[in-house]
Design a protein around this ligand. Sequence first.
Ligand code: SAH
Length: 341
Amino acid sequence: MKQDIKSMLFEELAAYFAETGERSFRAEQVFRWLHGGARSFAGMTDLPEKLREKLDSEFYITSPELIIKRVSRIDGTIKYLWGMRDGAAVESVAMEYSHGNTVCISSQVGCRMGCVFCASSIGGLVRDLAASEMLDQVMYSRLDSRKDLSNVVLMGIGEPLDNFDNVVRFLRLINHPLGMNIGARHISVSTCGIAEKIDKLAHCDIQFTLSASLHAPDDETRSRLMPINRDGDVDRLLDACARYFAETGRRVSYEYAMVDGVNDTLRHAGILARKLRNTGSHVNLIPLSDVPERALRGSKPEQVSAFCGYLRENGVNCTVRRSLGGDISASCGQLRRRELR
Ligand code: SAH
């Protein structure tokens, strides 16, 4: 059985070359090739032919196939559907923002978290993505789009903390100076809020921004939207985020998708403000994208601004996220869903 070489950490690659009696600089050569987008060992022209053949007999190099590419006529957002080795498909989105171009990638094929407004969980979890398959989404979106995608967000299909080890491995790889060298401040991980995994993450000694998908300030409303809330509760999640901040010095930001008549009233804003006041937290309001399979609608723009205004007046930082790529099914799971159908 061949191994996935691109998921190996630099230190693991170095150990492999040391054990097999190769010169130590081979690790650096191979790592650079892999993270520069090499699709085969044959193309690694500065390695002896014997070594290329040996590597090819022991390892494979993941290289996704571009199944669909859609470019938004409104804002230039590009949506990719990538095919993996086993035929699974995942989405990535390249977006242009004033603070830098961003690529949003998937962490799993499907999702088992079951949030009722999200297209990614329809059909459940198929499998976790390997670290290499997350790297590939960044690498090949960059190569194809020819955009300088300097920011990476894990907000595509899947729950990153449900694929914990591979996500942490991916973060270490993408951070590596010999690889893509994307700095901690340019990476965000979004989670539906698995409290014990947030604690585990706080002790991993890798830096990036963590966002928690809160979507409701009270258990009754949150459990209606997010089954994960049934294992814990809102306060447990907020406490885990506060501990994360205390441990890492990095504040968690909160995502809040505005669902018409469900979580968007001033009563909800009041509870939220009471819980987040004086914590320095930031709330990002997201107008819900309609998912045809789900009978939920996004809040009206007036409601979104009233909610945001209330939070600001009551001491909570709040912004409203701009929606991009509305004409190309750019949101979570929408394109994969359409193709499966
Ligand atoms: N599983 C992770 C990351 C993936 S989703 C998480 O839950 O955070 C990225 C963000 O988009 C999450 O905040 C998610 O709740 C939100 N989202 C999912 N479906 C949406 C929809 N139809 N409209 C608006 N936001 C949505």
